[in-house]
Design a protein around this ligand. Structure first.
Ligand SMILES: [Zn+2]
Length: 310
């Protein structure tokens, strides 16, 4: 792969405008060791150059580089996909489908579809390992009046299940590390415990507030509680890091969306979590990391760009 990969959106647009170069780029990402039939995994093929299709010698089916990726079943050209990917992963406060539509010259509906597909890749890229060490856990409430409520009022009022029909999000954040989020139906002991067990390595130290839903997280964690009715920080016992993530998340939602349907919330969470988890990288790094997940399995970043470091 060319070592002179783009570093800015402007360069990316130029780089991918060359359709052959764009195709070569996606092929190299998708199949670092050469084309593989998505149906029977055979590596024997004939290449139909004029149509950029491969014909499998084993099962005789034809396939394009899009088959088995988030780009499948769409007539959208790869240069638009790559530029949309660049915009989404690098927009700190999120980007709207209207903005993508304007920039790429597609309809808003198409842009919306692309964003949802791209978030699938971001989601797959984020489930690679469990959190460990010092992990802050907290929930937040998205939509309706929750946006305007703070602190204890929020704690007391909104935790009443179902009262406001708000989307509840649980977040787990490894200090100085990554975040994991999930939309849940209620901040109940059962659901909170499920998420914590799914995302945090046993033996880790959990930091939470005094919500009773966290009191039964299990003996497999050390659990330190900060009582927000009394104080917000006691030595290293606090939930400031996850609170900061919530601010970022809400700023993004507020700046980009008129409203977030609860049904789609998890996709937005994946997008914001991806950006947070790659915050120490640069635009090119984030883009390459996201592109590595287009086929649902991660390719190591170093394998994509050889020995180049960023
Ligand atoms: Zn085949």
């Amino acid at each position: 792969m060319s070592q002179k990969l783009p570093t800015t959106l402007q360069e990316a647009i130029k780089y991918f405008a060359d359709s052959q170069r764009c195709l070569d780029f996606v092929i190299a990402l998708r199949w670092p060791h050469g084309p593989i039939c998505p149906r029977c995994q055979s590596q024997e093929y004939n290449f139909l150059k004029t149509r950029s299709l491969w014909e499998c010698k084993s099962c005789k089916k034809q396939y394009s580089v899009k088959v088995g990726t988030i780009f499948e079943d769409s007539a959208i050209k790869l240069d638009k996909w790559t530029c949309a990917m660049w915009m989404i992963v690098n927009a700190k406060n999120g980007v709207s489908s209207y903005e993508i539509a304007r920039s790429l010259g597609v309809t808003q509906k198409t842009a919306w579809f692309m964003m949802h597909r791209i978030r699938l890749a971001l989601q797959k890229g984020s489930i690679n390992r469990k959190l460990m060490g010092e992990v802050e856990v907290d929930e937040t409430y998205i939509g309706g009046n929750a946006r305007n409520m703070h602190g204890d009022k929020r704690l007391n009022v909104l935790r009443t299940e179902g009262r406001f029909r708000k989307a509840i999000v649980i977040g787990m954040l490894e200090r100085k590390g990554e975040v994991r989020t999930a939309a849940i139906n209620a901040a109940s002991s059962k659901l909170l415990k499920e998420q914590i067990n799914a995302h945090v390595v046993p033996g880790s130290t959990l930091y939470s507030d005094q919500w009773h839903g966290y009191m039964k997280v299990g003996k497999e964690y050390a659990h330190k509680i900060i009582n927000h009715a009394e104080e917000y920080v006691r030595g290293n016992v606090h939930t400031n890091s996850i609170e900061n993530f919530w601010s970022l998340l809400k700023r993004g939602i507020k700046g980009t969306y008129v409203s977030v349907e609860p049904f789609h919330l998890f996709r937005y969470l994946d997008e914001q979590s991806f950006r947070f988890n790659t915050r120490k990288s640069n635009d090119q790094g984030r883009f390459m990391e996201a592109m590595a997940s287009i086929a649902g399995k991660r390719v190591e970043y170093k394998d994509l760009i050889g020995q180049t470091t960023h």
